[in-house]
Design a protein around this ligand. Structure first.
Ligand code: NAG
Ligand code: NAG
Ligand code: NAG
Ligand code: NAG
Length: 327
């Protein structure tokens, strides 16, 4: 298919270039036994201090260890008031005793002990992180979703942190979390570094490489349809995004493509200029956006494969009369 197109379809904007009928993956080796834990701390248990510290080790703790953070507002079991719960959720590619040594050296503040940890196979860890740890592996073959709700509505946004957020900034985030009721709003901090940084920005269309400490996902979910709820939750997440401006990447403010965010602007129904599409294109793909546009212009000049934020071809005079997007 040519070097350029093969580059573009590995992360360059689903549905901009065509439909894949088959692909092969090159697997990497993981040890037979891995170790997981999920340790939660509330504000009374020093969560603010721990989250602040985490930012200094998250991307460099150990190449075999991922230590994620999940933040939400909950009612305290100790005193009944609202508090923030920070859950440190981790996968270590190795055995529990090596993990404890690393944590003791790099992040002793968390106070991790052996009882917090579980050894399992890597494929079992997939169920664990999906919240399905009591299921058998056969559930991976099931083609129907195992969710609690028939239907939930949600809005998500993302950001990249290239420096640590000061304690005062974190406390402002806690205020936002308290505004939304229990278990409805969540922030996830996903560490970068390690293998994420070992590729150059142009190796694949995914440009958010070295220099990013972690990626932030903001998410808010609700179950009742209707404009009232929609408006208040979407308004909340936009205000939070606005509040975060001084703490996250800028020029452009980077965004994770898989958490597609239509707040960033959309393609026109007909012709979309390069300049217009750059508004979201540079946020999702950095400088790789330019190459994606070149590939698109070459392989799909009539813009057959398109959606609200697909990569536009350069000379899209052809698209004067495009039908509505199917949504
Ligand atoms: C909370 O962190 C401080 C350091 O900032 C430490 O002195 C204190 O012992 C910690 N408290 C708990 C309950 O871990
Ligand atoms: C990570 O684990 C692999 C084996 O799975 C090992 O070869 C490598 O040395 C480990 N890296 C570190 C930094 O310990
Ligand atoms: C719980 O909230 C009440 C009312 O806002 C406040 O007076 C009280 O000090 C709080 N308790 C704790 C332990 O934070
Ligand atoms: C970790 O704990 C938190 C808080 O109890 C929970 O919301 C989250 O789903 C847990 N994560 C996993 C992977 O079990």
């Amino acid at each position: 298919m040519g070097e350029d197109l093969f580059w573009a379809i590995r992360g360059g904007g689903g549905t901009s270039f065509g439909i894949l009928l088959a692909f092969k993956l090159e697997l990497i080796t993981v040890p037979e036994t891995v170790t997981v834990f999920n340790v939660s701390k509330t504000l009374d248990e020093n969560a603010t201090h721990l989250v602040h510290r985490w930012q200094y080790i998250a991307d460099k703790i150990d190449e075999n260890l991922t230590l994620k953070l999940l933040l939400k507002s909950i009612r305290s079991r100790m005193h009944g008031n609202m508090t923030v719960q920070a859950s440190f959720t981790s996968l270590y590619l190795g055995r529990v005793h090596e993990l404890l040594l690393i944590m003791e050296e790099k992040f002793p503040e968390l106070g991790l002990i052996e009882q917090d940890c579980t050894e399992m196979s890597w494929i079992e860890s997939i169920l664990y992180f999906a919240g399905l740890k009591d299921e058998s592996l056969d559930i991976l073959l099931s083609r129907s979703p195992a969710g609690v709700f028939d239907r939930i509505y949600f809005k998500a946004k993302s950001d990249y942190a290239r420096q640590s957020i000061p304690v005062s900034g974190l406390i402002g985030i806690w205020r936002f979390l308290h505004e939304e009721a229990e278990n409805i709003a969540e922030l996830q901090f996903s560490p970068y570094g390690g293998a994420m940084s070992s590729y150059s920005e142009s190796e694949t269309p995914f440009a958010h490489r070295a220099g990013n400490i972690f990626m932030i996902q903001y998410a808010v979910a609700w179950t009742r349809p209707g404009n009232g709820e929609l408006k208040s939750h979407v308004n909340w997440i936009r205000r939070l995004y606005n509040y975060m401006t001084p703490y996250v990447s800028k020029n452009p403010r980077a965004v994770y493509f898989n958490y597609r965010d239509l707040d960033l602007e959309m393609n026109n129904q007909g012709n979309t200029s390069y300049a217009q599409a750059s508004v979201w294109g540079l946020k999702y793909f950095g400088n790789n956006f330019n190459r994606l546009v070149r590939v698109k212009t070459k392989v799909d000049p009539s813009n057959f494969f398109r959606n609200e934020q697909s990569i536009p071809p350069l000379s899209s005079w052809y698209n004067k009369d495009i039908r509505r997007w199917s949504s």
